[in-house]
Write a protein that binds this ligand. Structure first.
Ligand SMILES: Nc1ncnc2c1ncn2[C@@H]1O[C@H](COP(=O)(O)OP(=O)(O)OP(=O)(O)O)[C@@H](O)[C@H]1O
Length: 258
């Protein structure tokens, strides 16, 4: 498999039903087909409850779909078990709404945490970080423009800086795909713009596939390669950002329209 074909995410025929008790079930995703190629940043839009988080959880392998497949490159991660599954999930870098840094540790140590999946041994089990990965962690920190803050405690960072460190931590994982769940929800407009610019740059320069859930339509329009609208568990549109009209967006968020 070539390096770039490995850096794609495919969701094919994804359906998800949750049990509701007394033998009932509720289908929250149905027939989701989504492909994100290397270098693309695709934004998932939709009203509360439309299924965005469930889609991301299935893409990350956190929950299993009721039907369908999730491929990173050619590997179907829904069919992987044990160590192979863990290795496959290492190819998925995650960025959350909150940066989830260890506040009392240095910025560089936080980035080093992204490499832990490659170093499962007694030392790391005891809380030691893999020092052999320091040059890589430093390079990741420089890629997000924060090399100068390597020795600083994470607790001293602004929200925007913390989120950029969390992107560096995801990069230290050497991912093929980055999944970002409302990565700018807690940030002011300027920091939000910076973090979205960073994710776009990372997608383009590192040739990674990035899937991002956003509620800010203007940011989505400015930064996404494609916008995917989810409505009641179905894909309402999957189009280049420039082709998505205001009507399509308002239909997505109108509760009583189908
Ligand atoms: N574990 C679960 N058990 C039952 N129903 C669930 C579960 N997780 C999600 N749901 C339901 O699935 C639907 C989609 O939820 P999901 O969280 O994916 O939506 P969302 O688009 O991410 O919403 P939001 O924008 O509010 O985060 C909702 O109706 C939700 O109640």
């Amino acid at each position: 498999m070539s390096e770039t074909t490995d850096r794609s995410l495919l969701l094919r025929g994804i359906t998800k039903s949750f049990e509701t008790g007394a033998g009932g079930s509720k289908t929250v995703l149905e027939g989701i087909d989504l492909h994100i190629g290397p270098g693309e940043l695709v934004v998932l839009l939709g009203a509360n409850g439309s299924g965005k988080s469930t889609t991301l959880k299935i893409a990350s392998g956190m929950i299993a779909p009721t039907a369908g497949e999730v491929r990173i490159g050619r590997t179907d991660i829904t069919q992987m078990h044990g160590e192979t599954r863990r290795q496959s999930r290492m190819k998925l870098g995650m960025v959350f709404q909150d940066a989830r840094l260890i506040r009392r540790r240095s910025v560089l140590s936080n980035v080093l945490c992204g490499t832990l999946g490659r170093h499962q041994n007694i030392a790391t089990a005891l809380g030691f970080l893999p020092q052999s990965e320091r040059p890589l962690a430093m390079a990741c920190l420089e890629r997000v423009g924060l090399g100068a803050l390597a020795g600083q405690r994470a607790s001293t960072l602004s929200g925007g800086q913390a989120q950029r460190v969390s992107v560096a931590r995801a990069l230290a994982q050497k991912p093929s795909v980055i999944l970002a769940d409302e990565p700018v929800a807690s940030l002011d407009p300027e920091s939000a713009e910076e973090v979205m610019t960073l994710l776009t740059t990372v997608a383009r320069n590192e040739r990674l596939a990035v899937l991002c859930v956003l509620h800010q339509i203007d940011l989505a329009r400015r930064h996404a390669t494609r916008l995917v609208g989810l409505k009641k568990g179905h894909i309402a549109f999957d189009l280049p950002a420039s082709k998505v009209t205001d009507t399509m967006i308002s239909t997505l968020y109108t509760r009583d329209a189908s």
